[in-house]
Write a protein that binds this ligand. Structure first.
Ligand SMILES: [Zn+2]
Length: 158
C-alpha cells in the first residue's frame, strides 16, 4: 500500500497521500472491531462513538475503524472508494499531498437515519450528506461503474 500521512484539516484530521497513487491502487484496509447494528447504536447512545464513526460493511455489520483508517474524511467528489467491503482504493490518479476521501453515503444503508453537514468544497457538494438513497443517481452510477458501490448498498438501490 502507498505511504499515507495523517495531518490536520479544517475540520479535524485527514489522511493525505504520501506519494503519487495510481488509479485502482489499494490505499488502505478499512478494518477494526466488528460490531452489529445494535452494538453500534448502543455505543453511540453511550457516547462511546460519534454517529459519523461506524463504518458499515453489511446490512447488520459495522466496524469501529482502527487508525489511520478512522481519519479518512468524506467528500462529495471523492478520489477514493470502497470495494470488496473493506478496501479503500483510488478512483483516479491521486497526487502526493492530496487529501484522500471517499463518499460516506456509499457505505450507509438506505434505511439508516444518518446525516452529516458537509463543506467539502466540491462543486457538487450536497451540503448535508445522508444515506445511500440520497446519493444523486449519476453519482451512484459512477461508483457502480468503478466497482465502488458495496454489494449490500447496490442491492438496496435496485
Ligand atoms: Zn460535500
Amino acid at each position: 500500500v502507498p505511504k499515507l500521512k495523517v495531518a490536520k484539516t479544517n475540520t479535524g484530521k485527514g489522511v493525505f497521500a504520501g506519494e503519487d497513487i495510481k488509479e485502482g491502487t489499494l490505499i488502505a484496509m478499512m478494518s477494526g472491531l466488528r460490531m452489529t447494528s445494535r452494538q453500534t447504536e448502543e455505543a453511540i447512545e453511550a457516547g462511546e462513538m460519534r454517529s459519523d464513526d461506524p463504518f458499515q460493511i453489511g446490512e447488520n455489520t459495522f466496524v469501529e475503524l482502527d487508525k489511520p483508517a478512522y481519519y479518512f474524511n468524506h467528500c462529495c467528489e471523492p478520489n477514493a472508494g470502497i470495494r470488496k467491503g473493506q478496501e479503500l482504493f483510488a478512483l483516479r490518479n491521486i497526487k502526493k499531498g492530496e487529501e484522500i476521501c471517499f463518499d460516506y453515503s456509499t457505505t450507509v444503508c438506505t434505511h439508516c437515519e444518518w446525516e452529516m453537514r458537509c463543506a467539502c468544497g466540491a462543486k457538487t457538494c450536497r451540503k448535508v450528506v445522508k444515506n445511500a438513497a440520497t446519493c444523486p443517481s449519476a453519482c451512484c452510477q459512477y461508483y457502480a461503474k468503478k466497482g465502488a458501490l458495496p454489494k449490500f448498498i447496490a442491492r438496496e438501490l435496485e
